[in-house]
Design a binder for this molecule. Structure first.
Ligand SMILES: Nc1ncnc2c1ncn2[C@@H]1O[C@H](COP(=O)(O)OP(=O)(O)OP(=O)(O)O)[C@@H](O)[C@H]1O
Ligand SMILES: Cc1cn([C@H]2C[C@H](O)[C@@H](COP(=O)(O)O)O2)c(=O)[nH]c1=O
Length: 214
């Protein structure tokens, strides 16, 4: 993890890797492979997700994904679930030297609640600083692809949740908020072109992760 204090780069801490992208981008498909690969390198790996990752967080996830609510209530709940996730799972794992791989983190909030719902970046930054001002992912893998391709992948296979049922314009705003954030991330967010075969994506992912581990 990247602490903004002098603990940055300390050998006693693990690494924090997050996966991001619009719904149906292919994150879950590749998280298992990455965790398997990291374990084959002898690392302790904690695989988790947001919203969720703790018993309380999973209850909040059910509400967030299914219950109609005010847009700011939604933002506050994702940060509440995140605070619990950090305290119960992420921070202890990193402190003991484990690698944490999370299916989504705060970039998702800037993309969905910021880009999608229109909450200002300033408001979200205040919540981010309050919740985890001391900690950011070391590496974020952004799975990017055209909206129509992602829709085709998920539409046949699942009951759509509150976000997945949003209009195409919402998902376009989410996608472009992610890309904008990646462009300003100084290399933390690596974008993977995801309208390719799983094998091609995995090869790109492997190149990124091997370089990151050096
Ligand atoms: N490169 C690919 N080509 C074709 N189909 C894919 C590819 N990657 C994933 N899929 C399929 O698309 C669907 C969505 O993939 P996956 O669940 O990995 O996406 P996700 O980003 O985790 O989605 P969500 O965030 O909505 O859970 C799955 O049926 C998966 O098998
Ligand atoms: C962390 C986070 C998530 N969301 C949204 C994005 C997705 O539509 C769902 C989670 O579903 P997934 O299939 O597990 O990817 O939640 C959000 O709006 N804001 C967030 O901070």
């Amino acid at each position: 993890m990247t602490f903004q204090s002098s603990s940055q780069g300390s050998a006693s801490h693990g690494k924090f890797i997050t996966f991001e992208g619009i719904d149906g981008a292919g994150k879950s498909t590749h998280i298992d492979w990455l965790c398997h690969w990291l374990r084959s390198q002898g690392k302790e790996v904690v695989s988790t997700r947001e919203p969720g990752g703790t018993p309380l967080g999973e209850k909040l996830r059910t509400l967030i994904l299914n219950e109609p609510m005010h847009l700011e209530t939604e933002a506050l709940l994702v940060f509440a679930a995140r605070r619990e996730h950090l305290a119960e799972v992420i921070e202890p794992a990193l402190a003991r030297g484990a690698w944490v791989v999370s299916d989504r983190f705060t970039d998702a909030t800037f993309a969905y609640q910021g880009g999608g719902r229109g909450i200002s970046r300033e408001k979200l930054q205040i919540l981010e600083t309050w919740t985890h001002g001391h900690l950011q992912p070391d590496l974020t893998l952004l799975f990017d692809l055209p909206l129509e391709v992602a829709r085709q992948r998920i539409i046949a296979e699942r009951n759509l949740d509150r976000f997945e049922r949003e209009q195409a314009e919402f998902h376009e705003r989410v996608r472009f908020a992610y890309l904008d954030r990646a462009a300003k991330s100084h290399g933390r967010i690596r974008t993977l072109q995801s309208d390719r075969t799983p094998e091609e994506i995995r090869q790109s992912l492997e190149e990124i992760i091997v370089t990151f581990c050096k």
